[in-house]
Design a protein around this ligand. Structure first.
Ligand code: FES
Ligand SMILES: [Fe+2]
Length: 425
């Protein structure tokens, strides 16, 4: 059973919390490169792990992510003028460079050197896979660059989107680990979503699912088996890489999908959605489908990362579709089904009231691993999942003989092999 104290320990990621310190040891997807596409473009607000930040690209194309508020009298630098290699507060003209260093205070004589004493907290950034990642941890512990396959394939092979979700990051992550819900929550979409239809999708509709979880160096693999043909089992194998990356088992010839569930604050998270194919560009049909909210992606409100289908409109639930077996929950679209269900638990699920069963083993082990990671950081140790080699893994969907050990049989399929497509039925 999870106590309320353990629940807080897992869910809270503010700067002074154990889980917050753990998550700050990793490169964190912060914003899409396209949000600050050009030098001197408008600055963008970014909230991560409870910290309000501002991101901008200066005249030379350098990226800055720093405290949102001016050091003078606290104005939001979202109103800032991004010009001549710095962001200038529009209230009294104080100017900051990408490192957060104040470089100009117009009211003070230059000779006074006053501005040199002013510096906003700023974080290091790296641009990879059309995403700007930031590192919010102790500078001397900065890890090597992230090495997830979706981020290293050519841009033509990848599609990235993100959406806000109105709940704590952990309950979103737990949905990504608990792949058994697919047979229920998404069962009708397996036959209707163009990026899911496959023989594997038909096997996935079988609710007789058994779980096996294997701990790996960077996280876990979660194998879920269902009956396939005579004496054979259909295995869907999910990867979880610490602390918040999941890789969804593929369907047929479709591309690979994955998520990162990044805390915005304790009651909201950003769900990053990555689709990539290891060996070919995504087709026009695939791209069009995803841009229109197909697959794991969703339609967003204009100039926002909030989904069109959301809590305020009761997720546009269609009770007739639910009654007539067109949608198991009545919510349209795979991603919004997940979001609706997970938000419905409340901003932070009270885990002291839950009753776990054998198919929750992945969730149980992920919680234990996160707690262990947070304790390791508190004791000055290095947490798992920092080594880029642990990122170069894949999910898989395969059919194996009944007696096979899935982890051994799928060993090759579970790592990135350049030039070789993923294993999928
Ligand atoms: S508040 Fe920013 S310059 Fe005065
Ligand atoms: Fe789901």
């Amino acid at each position: 059973m999870t106590t309320p104290e353990q629940n807080d320990f897992l869910a809270q990621t503010g700067p002074d919390t154990p889980m917050g310190r753990l998550v700050r040891r990793y490169w964190i997807p912060a914003l899409l490169s396209s949000e600050i596409a050009e030098p001197d473009c408008p600055p963008v607000r970014v909230k991560l792990l409870g910290e309000r930040l501002i991101a901008f690209r200066d005249s030379l194309g350098r990226i800055g992510v720093m405290d949102e508020f001016c050091a003078h009298r606290g104005v939001s630098l979202w109103f800032g003028r991004n010009e001549e290699n710095g962001l200038r507060c529009p209230y009294h003209g104080w100017k900051y460079d990408v490192t957060g260093q104040c470089v100009e205070v117009p009211s003070e004589p230059v000779e006074s050197g006053f501005c040199k004493k002013i510096k906003l907290a700023a974080y290091e950034c790296i641009e990879r896979g059309d995403v700007i990642w930031i590192y919010m941890g102790p500078p001397d512990h900065k890890p090597a660059a992230p090495n997830f396959e979706w981020a290293t394939v050519p841009p033509t092979h990848r599609f990235v989107s993100k959406r806000t979700q109105e709940c704590n990051w952990l309950q979103a992550l737990e949905g990504g680990i608990d792949s058994v819900h697919v047979s229920f929550l998404h069962r009708h979409d397996l036959r209707s979503d163009p990026l899911h239809i496959s023989q594997g999708a038909e096997f996935t509709r079988d609710t007789d699912a058994r779980f096996e979880v294997i701990e790996t160096r960077g996280g876990m693999v979660i194998g879920v088996r269902r009956p396939a043909t005579a004496h054979q089992l259909y295995w869907r194998i999910t990867q979880w890489v610490m602390p918040f990356h999941t890789m969804i088992p593929p369907y047929g010839d479709n591309a690979l999908n994955g998520h990162a569930f990044v805390p915005i604050d304790d009651e909201n998270c950003m769900v990053w959605c990555f689709t990539h194919h290891p060996t070919r560009p995504l087709s026009t049909h695939e791209l069009d489908t995803m841009r229109h909210g197909g697959g794991i992606h969703v339609k967003l409100l204009a100039n926002s990362f909030r989904p069109v289908v959301n809590k305020d409109n009761d997720y546009m639930v269609d009770r007739m579709a639910q009654k007539h077996h067109k949608s198991y929950s009545g919510v349209k679209g795979i991603a919004m089904q997940d979001a609706a269900i997970q938000e419905s638990c409340g901003p932070i699920q009270d885990r002291s009231k839950e009753n776990l069963v054998s198919t929750d083993n992945g969730v149980i082990m992920a919680r234990a691993r996160l707690r262990k990671g947070a304790r390791a950081v508190m004791q000055g140790e290095v947490p798992d999942g920092l080594d880029p080699a642990t990122h170069a893994v894949r999910s898989a969907a395969i059919v194996l003989p009944e007696e096979a050990n899935f982890y051994q049989a799928a060993a090759d399929a579970l790592v990135v092999r350049e030039g070789i497509a993923h294993a999928s039925v």
